[in-house]
Design a protein around this ligand. Structure first.
Ligand code: KG4
Length: 339
């Protein structure tokens, strides 16, 4: 089964062609980083406008690269939540038009489920059940993936996403947007014990997290050193931040796997590209006897292939959208009405 998939939830426009879920025939991505860099972050209206400009071209190019014709497309899958609402609407409307024109089914896909599915592409042997740690620019959560379309969110951030914390720190350090990869690179020369940064502990749910206090602590540290005219150890701060975020994520994910009796742990999302988090996951998973699944860096960030992969499993589970499909800025990945 050949699926054309569309992703436009934030600052990447992506169209992919996948076969039977896990085989990627083409994965076209246009990154808007250059457009938003001068503003220090994503400007939602510019993101929507850019998606409109490039999406048709990307679809044509994906079809050409996959070596198929339009008539070969059996279904269209699209991210319909969560994300910047104007941005998501562009992809949803485009996918609707393509599905209507080709007379094929339209499949709604939750972006977070797509991130998890990136691991199915990277690891052909991976099958549920497993625990997924999903860490991106807008979301941070731990889910029990019971089946391809049945997941339970065990815990999530109560405020900022981990990616937001990376991006804000990068901004304070003048590294520019998006900052996660730049902090990661800077941290390689730093002492991770240089600054003692807070790691949240929330009593009522061991899997819930909080990153707003950490973000504030980093901002205060930078401002205080500026006011006192003290030199900030920038690599040390970057390394300490990576450690604090990893210390928030990794033990919780491993504890969730143990509590649910899962032997497999997968990490997904843009922040899962972080080298400290990957290193710590490897150590912790080995110690706990868990099989660890990490997507390659190319599949950690937003892409169309992961939406096509998840779309395939949603299709097998009977999920279809009508021409009245809407977009949601925020809706849980385990919402059973839409997904
Ligand atoms: O998954 P993604 O591409 O988009 C969303 O769905 O949000 O994630 C983007 C986030 C940004 O916050 C970016 O700074 C962060 O992933 N990121 C990283 C790294 N690479 C990207 N954060 C930490 N370390 C990295 N190496």
């Amino acid at each position: 089964m050949i699926i054309m998939s569309v992703e436009s939830s934030c600052d990447e426009t992506a169209v992919a062609i996948t076969r039977d879920g896990r085989e990627v025939l083409a994965d076209e991505i246009f990154s808007q980083i250059d457009i938003h860099t001068i503003y220090g972050g994503v400007v939602p209206e510019l993101a929507s406008r850019c998606h409109i400009e490039v999406i048709s071209r990307l679809a044509d190019s994906a079809i050409a690269k996959a070596g198929i014709s339009r008539a070969d497309i059996d279904a269209v899958a699209v991210t319909c939540a969560p994300g910047l609402i104007g941005a998501v609407l562009v992809g949803v409307n485009f996918a609707k038009a393509v599905a209507l024109a080709l007379g094929v089914p339209l499949i709604p896909v939750h972006h977070i489920r797509g991130h998890i599915a990136a691991n199915y592409i990277a690891h052909p042997e991976l099958e549920p059940p497993f625990i997924a740690l999903v860490v991106s620019g807008g979301n941070t959560l731990i889910a029990h993936v019971k089946d391809y379309t049945d997941l339970e969110i065990l815990g999530s951030t109560r405020d900022d996403a981990a990616g937001e914390c990376f991006d804000k720190t990068a901004r304070v350090l003048g590294l520019g947007y998006p900052g996660g990869a730049k902090i990661d690179a800077l941290a390689k020369d730093g002492d991770e014990n240089k600054y003692h940064l807070p790691v949240s502990r929330l009593e009522d749910n061991p899997y819930d997290m909080s990153f707003s206090g950490l973000k504030t602590a980093v901002i205060n540290l930078a401002h205080n050193s500026e006011q006192k005219n003290e030199e900030l150890d920038r690599p040390g701060l970057a390394a300490s931040l990576c450690k604090a975020i990893s210390d928030s994520l990794v033990p919780r994910a491993v504890a969730a796997a143990k509590a649910c009796g899962c032997t497999k742990l997968a990490a997904a999302g843009g922040v899962a590209a972080n080298s400290v988090i990957r290193r710590d996951l490897e150590h912790a998973a080995a110690k706990a006897g868990l099989e660890l699944y990490l997507a390659p860096l190319s599949l950690c960030g937003d892409n169309g292939a992961m939406i096509g992969c998840q779309g395939y499993y949603e299709y097998l589970a009977g999920k279809r959208a009508g021409s009245d499909l809407n977009a949601w800025a925020s809706i849980p990945a385990d919402n059973s009405i839409v997904f």
